[in-house]
Each structure stands twice: as C-alpha cells, then as structure tokens.
Design a protein around this ligand. Sequence first.
Ligand code: CDP
Ligand code: MG
Length: 140
Amino acid sequence: MPMEKTFAIIKPDACSRGIAGQVLAKIEENGFQVIAMKKLRMTKKQAEGFYAVHRGKPFFSSLTDFMSSGPCIVLVLQKENAIAAWRKLMGATNPANAEPGTIRKEFAQSMEANSVHGSDAPDTASYEIAYFFSALELCV
Ligand code: CDP
Ligand code: MG
C-alpha cells in the first residue's frame, strides 16, 4: 500500500492544557511519521478560510472563535492509509461517541473542544496541507 499524507491539528484546547506532547506521543506510537509541524495562532479570518466547507452551519461562528482563541499545532502526517488511520485514532467528532483508546475519548472536552482535527479525504488533505505548508517544508 502506498504512503499517504494527511493533515492534522492539535487544537487550542489541547495546547492550552499542556497535553500536546501526549497527543504527539500517540501519533508516533501509532506509526505516523511527522513530516511537518509548527505552532501558530490562527486569526478568525484564517480559521474561517480553513473551515470554509462548514460556512453557514450553526456551529461555524463558535468553531472559528474557538480555533482562533489560542495557539494550535499544525502537522503533516505520513503513513500507509494515513487519512483513514488518523481519523480512526482521533475518534468520533463527539467525544461521547468516541471509541476507547482514541484521542478524543481520552482528551476531548466537548464536541467543539475536541482536541484534534484530521482531513477526511484526499482532496481535503491536499487543500489543508497547502493552507499551512509549502512543499519545501515537508521533510520525508
Ligand atoms: O472534525 P471532524 O471532521 O470530526 O468534524 P466536522 O463535522 O468536520 O466538524 C468540524 C469541527 O467543528 C469539529 O471537530 C468540532 O470541533 C466542531 N463541531 C461542533 O462544534 N459542533 C458540531 N455539531 C459539529 C462540529
Ligand atoms: Mg471534518
């Protein structure tokens, strides 16, 4: 199976609680290669652009406030079948429905403050990686 790249965020709730290292440890323990990583704080407009697919939904305004409320860590992960594998390790969007052993089950505080983001398909992975990283920043 070919290597695949996906895009991940350790969201502001996890960074502000000082558990980004624990999330990163899970990423590495599960065989993902971190091929790019940086810490940044999105502006409201940048968060709106990132989540453009959700514009108009009832949670959009609160979500983009939350995502711009403090620093986050953005990453590019590589593994076989990385997109699906990272979604599985994250767990369900609502932590109440997340499987034991998933990051959201262990760390998420709420449906919104759910600690991590992951791309859901190859086209969104490409868009999201390019939103934060240039090709020169990916170190395979
Ligand atoms: O992040 P994921 O792909 O699992 O879920 P999404 O449906 O793409 O929604 C993006 C993010 O919006 C979620 O991770 C939550 O932080 C937030 N959200 C929310 O606050 N309330 C909802 N009803 C749905 C999503
Ligand atoms: Mg999503």
